[in-house]
Write a protein that binds this ligand. Sequence first.
Ligand code: CTP
Length: 405
Amino acid sequence: MSHATEPLQGKHIVLGITGGIAAYKAAVLTRLLVKAGAEVQVIMTPAAREFITPLTLATLSGKGVITEFFTANTGEWHSHVSLGLWADAMVIAPATACTIGKMAHGIADNMLVTSYLSCRAQVFVAPAMDLDMMAHPSTVANIKRLRSYGNIIIEPGEGELASHLVGKGRMAEPEEIADTLRSFFASSGDLAGKHILITAGPTYERIDPVRFIGNFSTGKMGYAIANEAARRGAQVTLVSGPVSGLSAIPGVNVVNVESARQMLAAATEAWKTADVAVLAAAVADYRPEHQADTKIKRETDDVASLPLVQNPDIAATLGAAKRPGQVLVGFALETNNAIEYAIGKLQRKHLDMIVVNSLADAGAGFGVDTNKVAILYADGRPSVNIPLESKCDVAADIINNILAL
Ligand code: CTP
């Protein structure tokens, strides 16, 4: 890759190295980043120095390695604040369970975690640990917390680990980490100045104060798109139905709603100024005709049937109000005849693009962290098949395909 098109050229990268056997791969990563034109400042935890010498990393990066808050013999102070401000990105590779735990809970007892807390730039975390540590609920919860702070997790691979056990926990290869950074810099800011509306999650349609009609949508796909769009510089309005355990990154304007009619009102308002709408919500098609003010009682009310009325179609409403230049993207989750039904929705709702997932595909659909989708266009361009990947990666692919419109 020539330097003119190398997104890493001139970028300031703080590389945090923690004490795991994969620390030796950090030397290769340093070399790759420097070769691509980045300036790399290495911070090591004291434990990391047991696995690889600072001399190796100082030589490869061309900069002194920092471990302590100050240099013992000279008293020179290393400012975590100025490092945090200097960074265009911070990468922690390898990230041990211990450091991930400290980052998740703000335990700033070393230079690396202190710099992490001071860092305003995007943080990438490449976990590396034994498979059982990786799968422990404590690690799983801590990684989830880091995601909620907006950190990007570079997933470990599966394979033989230092323990000779085989499973998930091998740090991503240095080439993959460098490529993740590269595509981050290549895409960051490419949505600046755009207002993107996203709907996510299910809607709840009240029957009485304690019961509702809903569906199994968890909102993961919509939140992933919102976070990715915000990261890339868009102004994001996320109209969210009731979800739990998800958080939007700072900067996303979240409008919490419950019912389809509330979602319609919030989406219609945002559509007045939005350039793009991505409708990932699973909207209940029907609601009870009457909502009881008090709990329906089995003995006295004897409800044998529940009359329903149709909810408004948010996608079709926005489609009908579409101004020239606005892009409307829908989703279709089908159990059968996916493509045929999706084409119908594309036309009926005046969508420009529809993302189709089939519940028949393993790893796709509600609740899971992965998705496998196809993208169809209204303007007749060929459809795109996206293989099974994390919902974060699917989100990036969806946005890339919207930008191509
Ligand atoms: N949608 C919407 N408002 C509704 C129903 C659906 O905005 N009341 C949007 C969804 O967010 C999605 C697309 O329309 O982007 C397709 O949703 P889906 O539920 O698959 O379509 P329906 O028209 O409800 O068709 P059906 O339930 O018959 O498959």
